[in-house]
Design a protein around this ligand. Structure first.
Ligand SMILES: [Fe+2]
Ligand SMILES: [Fe+2]
Length: 169
């Protein structure tokens, strides 16, 4: 679906492709967290992180569709190894906050680049993404704080895990 026919500067295109792949990496990273949670018998966290994985996949799609609306076909890139290895329940949420913070930094850099090149439609698109990221960071801080509070009691973790969908930071 093509709405705009304005050419994007090459540097901005490259940075948008980088970001598309970063979203895909985040999707895979969350899949890894979900998989760890599943193996450790934390079904709540597993569902929660699968949902995050899906959200990141949707972000990937958003970037790819933004590019295709400007006639740019996604270039193929080999995915890097993702160096995350959760070792505890609390670790899951530390890693998740990290993922969100790194991604937000990357999108802010991308926004600065779009502003430098004065590309209004890219600026609007990225500003929306930044707003979404800011909400995510607040939410993930809430999860981490809650888990930090209960991390020393295994029973409390299991209870949190069962009720994770009801928790609303
Ligand atoms: Fe994302
Ligand atoms: Fe996210």
């Amino acid at each position: 679906m093509k709405e705009v026919h304005v050419e994007l500067p090459g540097e901005v295109v490259d940075a948008l492709v980088d970001q598309a792949y970063r979203e895909m990496e985040a999707s895979l990273a969350y899949a890894r967290l979900a998989s760890w949670a599943d193996v450790q018998a934390y079904p709540g966290a597993a569902r929660f992180f699968w949902k995050q994985s899906q959200d990141e996949y949707e972000h990937f799609q958003k970037f790819v569709c933004f590019l295709s609306a400007h006639d740019v076909v996604l270039a193929y890139r080999r995915m890097p190894e993702i160096p995350i290895a959760p070792t505890s329940y609390i670790d899951l949420f530390r890693i998740a906050l990290d993922i969100e913070q790194n991604n937000t930094r990357a999108i802010l850099n991308l926004l600065a680049l779009a502003q430098q090149h004065a590309v209004p439609f890219a600026i609007r698109f990225l500003q929306d993404m930044v707003r979404e990221q800011e909400e995510e960071i607040v939410r993930f801080r809430g999860y981490l704080q809650a888990v930090e509070r209960i991390a020393r009691e295994p029973g409390a973790i299991l209870l949190f895990d069962v009720n994770i969908e009801k928790f609303n930071p």
